[in-house]
Design a protein around this ligand. Structure first.
Ligand code: ZN
Length: 332
């Protein structure tokens, strides 16, 4: 059997990355272009497919193309691949991305939400591999809060592909901040970079910081108001993690995304609140929070390892996964 490679696509609202990948070797080539949303979704799909075709034509010696994987902003309805009002792709509501790409390429593709592929990559190539863990939850604290669940090495989809969206669990009561999903008080409204800036404006009227990173610098230099914002992030994460840990009892929860640069500012509150709120965490709390040797039967909350590569790596991994059918409500 000849050796294989795969092609992965990381479709974002701003950037579009297409890579070729060999399992165990990493990326062969990466094509980076802008996502020209203003030119319409059909043109974005054409740009994506041109790059895929270019990488497919390279062949890399005698390697066989094992498949093509796409990570897209959600919500994404599976198995058909239809986008449902995605906030990062305005105007794409109801668009069957899988069908459009397959029609242009003339071949089948695997498609997943960007948060799910990032979680898959963390399990296969990041912290999951480092610690030998096959079941974990990843929360990515970026512009929004993405999340994905991996059970026994497989993405948890739920019945329609929309499972695992812990960014929209409620951490504040009905008076919580309104969320783009239609709910109130979602984790995303208290732990994303966008939320950090909103909370800074709320507490000062006119925040002196222009970015979440700048706010963190202020907090570390002794600005109590800035520090309070990150304590609120820690508090919100603790409430969300309490629900996840008490429900799922997974061994590993990973936090990634830009807000994690302020780990030192939010983690003390997060761990303190978690200890007081979650009985499962209290019973399984590790002696060392960041261990060299992972203790089985404990609950770890650690930083994600793959950074901004996670989404693209996960998309490349999709066609290489066994189709084990971790979906409910349907016969595999
Ligand atoms: Zn929400």
């Amino acid at each position: 059997m000849s050796e294989t490679y795969s092609i992965g696509v990381d479709l974002g609202g701003t950037n579009l990355r297409i890579a070729s990948y060999v399992d165990g070797i990493e990326f062969l080539d990466i094509i980076r272009v802008q996502t020209h949303l203003a030119e319409g979704r059909d043109q974005v799909v054409r740009n994506m497919c041109e790059a895929i075709d270019a990488l497919a034509a390279r062949k890399y010696g005698s390697r066989r193309l094992a498949g093509i994987g796409i990570g897209t902003p959600g919500p994404l309805e599976l198995p058909n691949g239809i986008l449902r009002n995605p906030p990062n792709l305005p105007g794409w509501d109801g668009f069957n991305l899988r069908l459009a790409v397959e029609a242009t390429l003339g071949r089948a593709v695997e498609i997943e939400s960007d948060a799910n592929v990032a979680a898959l990559a963390e399990q296969k190539l990041g912290a999951g591999r480092t610690h030998g863990i096959d079941s974990l939850c990843v929360l990515t604290l970026g512009t929004g809060v993405g999340s994905g669940l991996i059970f026994n090495g497989q993405i948890w989809h739920g019945a329609t592909g929309m499972g695992g969206e812990a960014g929209h669990v409620i951490v504040q009561d009905a008076n919580g901040a309104p969320c783009g999903c239609g709910g109130y008080g979602c984790l995303e409204q208290y732990a994303s970079a966008t939320a950090v800036m909103r909370m800074a404006r709320e507490s000062t009227g006119d925040s002196p910081a222009v970015t979440a990173r700048h706010l963190a610098v202020l907090a570390r230099s002794g600005d109590a108001t800035a520090a309070k914002v990150f304590q609120r992030v820690g508090h919100a994460l603790a409430i969300a993690l309490t629900g996840l840990i008490n429900t799922l009892n997974l061994p590993l929860y990973l936090l990634g995304g830009g807000v994690c640069e302020a780990w030192d500012l939010f983690a003390p509150t997060m761990f303190r609140e978690l200890h007081s709120r979650s009985y499962v965490y209290r019973l399984t709390q590790p002696d060392v929070l960041e261990p060299i040797i992972f203790e089985p039967q404990k609950t770890y909350i650690l930083g994600a390892q793959l950074g901004t590569s996670a989404g693209l790596l996960g998309a490349c991994l999709l066609p290489l996964q066994k189709k084990a059918g971790m979906r409910i409500g349907r016969n595999a």
